[in-house]
Design a protein. Structure first.
Lengths: 368, 271
């Protein structure tokens, strides 16, 4: 694993549930797609489109619709983590035309010169993209040239209404002694540090060592109150009522709330991390126009709605958002309000030196 | 010569998966990022974070070893005295969990010990107070004892059941009480089994990190966790290897000490 992803690769877990559930499917899909592609000599055929996406991350019917409407044959392949994707991409066995992956991986691929500028001039539905989300994407794609957002999500607090009797709207609740042994924190460095950083009004991408040390001492102060540091097990603990409050990814929160109606997800008013999965066209693409057509098709209101219904993560598509009933529009699990959003930030890669500083702080916290 | 060829599959295996990785650990542990020789990674054990983690590991390893021994020794003794269907069944019960993957057993422990888990449900049923066991050092200890107990029972039982009954009868004939027989005959003769059991429990406990993560909620940092973090998260293979070397040296020394006390009794090791 290359160094630049060593901390960020924890982030790949954020949509873990869907990914893990889809593991079997993805493996089968990969084998099938690999077999399919080898037959056609890595897509020499002009009328095909080779797509690489996270497992179980699209409504399959939309692919059929695309094939029927355009006559382009889609070869669809799935992966589990961005690192898996990049390794396979770099091995060069298949020339992918279109990849859907996460913010930090896109930043890395742009830096590595593996991304192509997407021509949006021919796209009919580009206007459906909400500018506020496009602005967020500028964090990793400064000119909005290389990536078109597909879904987004946040990191926030999931709490059990029966166990927490006050309004939860701030990260500060995670320091309330009343909930001793009932709080679960994220067990990954940067996700844990966003809590004190945001609470005290710092950027999650701060390189100010004083601010990070202050954040660390807050986390140390919090440690005796914690039940545990967890990642994937958090939602299980919340569903079974083992804990009252937890820091969790919005994707996991949606699943937990479905299982236990006492649970509520909030993005604290101080803001948080927001992540984006986007479509991007890699350098190896042989069917760039078809890829652009597909992106545009994904942005078409009816198609985007089908995918939203299937995945239920935040959609950057205005047309879809406007179609939703008021309750869904105001569901803070999926769509944080504008004021909160204005305080949300996308993770940036901070460099090797900051990475080791973060690791040091994390180790000291764990040993505390 | 011909017979030596039979060992070649193992030799290839050992070269590839034991000797080579070991040499790599020594190399990484004694160099820095640019490949120059340094003792820094080994001396890093003196860092407060690291020696605290080492202390936690040592404490839990000693704890689980002692608990395993206290449970295993009397049981092995009783079983070796009464051979028959019941003792075979009991031995079977101890071996049975070993057929199940170790990680699954730890995850099952999680179900038992959590706040809303089976243990607390049973306590609640009988009107007893709820226990907060999950994510504490106690939970780690229970998990470790559960996982390693068979490794303590089996060697002790093996040695004890091989003690010649005539030796014990002779002791009785010569007027030794049950207690004296136990002290002068059973304990010394079962010592190789005890040492082998202690080694097989103590060594894996010392480098434990998965149980600490799952049952300890990642709140308690063991040396195994530090090493894991250096390899996976910080990508500092040199420091991870250096600390692994420290752990290996410590284990070697403690084994040497145990071997020595055993050698004085004039017995050979089982493992």
């Amino acid at each position: 694993m290359k160094k630049e992803t060593k901390i960020l690769d924890n982030l790949k877990r954020k949509k873990s549930l869907k990914k893990y559930c889809a593991l079997a499917l993805a493996v089968i899909g990969t084998v099938a797609a690999a077999a399919g592609c080898s037959g056609s000599a890595a897509g020499e055929d002009d009328n095909t489109l080779v797509i690489f996406n996270y497992g179980d991350y699209i409504e399959r019917e939309t692919i059929q619709m695309f094939e029927e409407e355009t006559g382009i044959e889609v070869k669809y392949e799935e992966y589990i983590t961005p690192e898996d994707m990049y390794t396979k991409y770099q091995s060069g066995g298949i020339n992918y035309d279109l990849i859907c992956t996460s913010d930090y991986m896109i930043e890395r691929m742009i830096r590595d010169g593996e991304a192509q500028v997407i021509d949006t001039s021919q796209m009919e539905y580009m206007d459906n993209m909400d500018q506020k989300y496009m602005d967020f994407c500028k964090a990793f794609d400064p000119e909005n040239q290389y990536a078109i957002p597909y879904f987004f999500g946040t990191v926030g607090i999931l709490y059990n209404e029966k166990m927490v009797d006050e309004e939860v709207d701030s990260w500060s609740v995670l320091w309330n002694e009343k909930y001793k042994n009932q709080i679960i924190m994220e067990n990954s460095v940067r996700d844990a540090f966003i809590v004190p950083l945001k609470w005290k009004g710092h950027s999650i991408n701060t390189t100010d060592r004083q601010a990070l040390l202050e954040a660390q001492s807050l986390l140390m102060e919090q440690k005796p109150l914690l039940a545990a540091y967890l990642v994937d097990e958090t939602k299980d603990a919340m569903i079974s009522g083992d804990a009252a409050l937890s820091v969790i990814y919005s994707g996991d929160a949606v699943v937990a709330i479905e299982e236990n109606e006492d649970l509520t997800y909030v993005v604290p008013k101080e803001g948080t991390n927001i992540w984006f999965d986007c479509w991007m066209i890699p350098k190896t693409a042989r069917h760039k126009e078809a890829a652009e057509k597909f992106i545009d098709f994904m942005n078409r209101p009816d198609v985007a709605m089908m995918n939203f219904d299937y995945i239920w993560y935040g959609t950057p598509n205005k047309a879809v958002y406007e179609e939703l009933d008021e309750e869904s529009q105001q569901d803070p699990t999926v769509f944080p309000d504008d004021e909160t959003m204005s305080k949300c930030e996308v993770y940036r890669y901070l460099g090797e030196e900051m990475d080791s500083f973060y690791s040091r702080l994390w180790k000291e916290l764990k040993a505390y | 010569m011909n017979r030596k060829i039979l060992a070649s599959p193992y030799i290839v295996w050992a070269l590839g998966f034991i000797i080579l990785p070991l040499l790599m650990i020594v190399y990484y542990g004694l160099t820095d990022g640019s490949g120059t020789f340094t003792l820094e990674n080994v001396l890093a054990i003196a860092d407060s974070v690291h020696y605290k983690a080492f202390g936690n590991s040592l404490l839990l390893a000693l704890g689980s070893t002692v608990i395993c021994l206290v449970i295993a020794y009397p049981l092995a003794y009783v079983l070796s005295q009464h051979e028959g269907k019941i003792s075979n069944t009991i031995i079977m019960l101890f071996i049975l969990p070993m057929w199940i993957n170790f990680l699954l057993r730890v995850l099952a422990m999680q179900m038992l010990l959590s706040n809303t888990g089976i243990v607390n449900a049973l306590l609640g049923f009988f009107g007893l107070p709820q226990q907060h066991i999950m994510y504490t050092k106690g939970a780690i200890l229970i998990g470790m004892v559960y996982d390693y107990l068979p490794f303590m029972i089996l060697p002790i039982y093996n040695v004890m059941s091989k003690i010649d009954k005539d030796v014990i009868e002779a002791a009785h004939d010569l007027g030794a009480t049950v207690f004296v027989t136990f002290k002068k005959i059973i304990i010394p003769l079962s010592l190789p089994g005890v040492i082998s059991g202690v080694t097989m429990v103590f060594i894996p406990s010392m480098s434990e990190f998965v149980v600490a993560d799952i049952l300890g909620g990642s709140k308690i940092l063991l040396l195994g966790n530090v090493i894991e973090q250096e390899f996976n998260l910080s990508n500092n293979w040199n420091l991870g290897s250096g600390l692994s070397l420290v752990l290996m040296i410590f284990i070697l020394i403690s084994m040497a000490v145990m071997n020595r006390s055993n050698a004085e009794e004039g017995d050979t090791m089982l493992w």
